[in-house]
Design a protein around this ligand. Structure first.
Ligand SMILES: [Zn+2]
Length: 226
């Protein structure tokens, strides 16, 4: 478990790595601004930081994280639309070419959706209505036959990713960019029980293993994305 002192020591190592050994990276990112090619929508879970999981440098990925990596439907009514704002900025201003919804195993938000988390003292007043975005995933998972609770959870986690992919297309600027061939949307699932990464096959809607990064040239890796 990291203390505040540990984090400050970590920042010192980061500063030495990126401001002394590789100063040019931040000079370039400052001078030219950020130009990430990829947006990732990931969960808040401390085990699934996309930049760490995909071994990225500063400037590589534009990330928004929320409980259970959900994309809400496009709504312009009252309220604060943090994920929608990040999506708008990534697609309309940064012109990213890929949006990845990255779910994961053992997601606490999904467990709350499935009723496996007991809240007390009023906790859950924001989590529960937020998770209603994936209500259909709960229904699908509970209607299916699963050998155990873990398999049911995986079904719900993956169904929620599919819902987020559908909701992405409810944003006109996403729909237009996809139709014009400027943007691809991907659904990924990080299974940290096994240490592997799966992607939604657009043809079948099923999750299948993605090519290991070690077998793909880094500069060409996104050519294999699903
Ligand atoms: Zn999660």
């Amino acid at each position: 478990m990291k203390s505040i002192e540990d984090l400050l020591a970590g920042f010192d190592r980061f500063r030495r790595r990126y401001f002394e050994d590789d100063r040019s990276l931040y000079e370039r990112l400052t001078r030219r601004g950020q130009t990430p090619n990829v947006m990732v929508i990931a969960c808040c879970d401390s085990r699934v930081d996309p930049a760490i999981v995909m071994d990225c440098d500063p400037g590589d990925v534009f990330v928004v994280r929320n409980v259970a990596n959900l994309v809400p439907p496009c709504e312009t009514g009252g309220g604060y639309h943090g994920t929608s704002a990040a999506l708008e900025f990534a697609v309309r201003c940064l012109n990213v070419q890929h949006v990845i919804v990255m779910g994961h195993a053992h997601c606490g938000g999904i467990r709350a959706l499935l009723g496996d988390v007991q809240f007390s003292d009023g906790a859950g007043q924001f989590i529960q209505p937020w998770m209603l975005i994936a209500e259909e995933a709960r229904r699908v998972a509970l209607a299916g036959e699963h050998p155990d609770a873990e398999t049911r959870d995986v079904a719900c986690e993956q169904a929620a990713i599919r819902i987020s992919l559908e909701n992405l297309m409810s944003f006109p600027f996403v729909r237009d960019a996809v139709a014009a061939g400027r943007l691809q949307c991907h659904g990924w699932y990080f299974d940290f029980d096994r240490g592997d990464l799966q992607g939604v096959d657009p043809a079948t809607g099923e999750f299948t293993p993605l090519a290991p990064a070690t077998e793909v040239e880094h500069s060409e890796s996104f050519g294999t994305l699903r």
